[in-house]
Design a protein around this ligand. Sequence first.
Ligand code: ADP
Length: 507
Amino acid sequence: MAGKESIPKILVIDDETDIRDGCKWILSRMGYDVLCAENGQDGLQILENEDIYIVLCDIKMPGMDGFEVLAKIKEHYKSVLVIMITGFSTVEIAIEAMKKGAYDFISKPFTPDELRIVVKRAFETLHLTLEANALKLEQQKNLIALQTEQSRIRTIIETLPHGLMVTNILGQIVLMNPVAQNYLDLGPDNCLGKNIELCIEDKGLCDYIMEISRGHYKADKDTSYELVLSDERFILAEGRPVLNEDAQCMGAVVTLSDISDLKIFDRLKSEFVAQVSHELRSPLSVIHDQLAMVIKASDSEKSGKSVTSENNQYLLGRARDKTKSLISLISDLLDISRIEAGNDCLEPVKVHVEDIIKKIVEFQAVQAKKKNQSIALKLPDTKTPSLVCDPLTLESIFGNLITNAIKYTLEGGKISIKMDIRDENVRVKIKDNGFGIEQKHLTRLFDKFYRVKDDNTRFINGTGLGLTIVKSLVDSLKGSIHVESEPGRGSRFTVILPCNAQTGQTE
Ligand code: ADP
């Protein structure tokens, strides 16, 4: 019945034709759609088929009487209002009908006005009931929407990757998500409503949050607090006051972010800067000293004291050597930063690895010859699949490895380079019978600036960046590099590069 926009229907059940007709005439003129039945049975039939709002029902009828009809209506059509039509001076009966659920009664004979008033009142009641029901429905809907909204916000807060905590002006925790609980090592529920000082061990963090909760936040100050956890994790707490409409502080909202990675990065950066500064300073100091000595010598010559020009030559030669190693350090550093920035590769072209290796061996043979070393090269008999990459990348990888083999092998040593193809991969092994490397150094060999410092290597110049560059370049080709070594017996570096790296082309 609720919400129907059609003309409201009234049913009149009375065995007296005059009453039925009279009611129909009066009520139709009020704008209602009036249906009539001359007995209870017919009336109930109409109720079953029509959307009736109000029933006017005679009490005394042959067959099913008004009480019986009333009982059936109350049982099956709860929202229908029943107005009983009672005979002359039967008020007791009318009262009994009201007790049994009738909405009102009207006694025969009644005037049109009396009928209008009683029906109008019934409709007003119906209207109010409808409004109340609609209001209740709306309220329920709002409640559901509110609950949905609340649960949505709760879900968002709980799935935030950062910790979140809200306190009131007294510093009591009113909200805390699981990440915050984890950072602060607190159980899920045992902290809500409690003062932060009872829950958080770190006094500095408590003071920081308390200050903001109490409204002592200064917007112009960059405020945050760094918390160090027992497992060496660093948590950054950043709080802001929660203000009401009158800009009064009601508490604090605090985010907690894990900044451990940033801290490590910062430390590595500082270490790197320190390392580079150190590497630059030593040769520069030597150059400075050598030049100072040459200047002093030339001053002495001018003043007639004898200082040989060979000595000057020697000092200048050393200065030149140091300058050379500085230049090589700087170009290694530039290479690394280019590779790490990802823009090392020029236009990729098809390259045959064996062609590059042949060229490098030819070039390095001069150095090897100086040390009376032999370089044996074994390449596949047939042409191998090409790689699509910048040829300089391959030159740098194999150039560095072959240079090292020569550098870290004694005079008369043997170097061998073997290349083959296995499982769609190019495999190159660079072997020497040089100093070898102790097991403990192997894991750090590809780190920046890592150099093995022992009696064999002490006087060999280097930057400790060559293998870092090699590893980064091999990674950029989606390949891998391994090292096996034994002190006193030599080392073997194996580079594996997929033939279909980059564009996946093979010949
Ligand atoms: P650099 O040669 O400039 O010191 P690298 O990064 O190329 O730097 O090499 C790092 C260290 O690894 C070297 O200092 C050296 O001790 C060791 N190393 C590299 N190649 C060999 C090799 N073939 N035999 C023995 N030691 C080697």
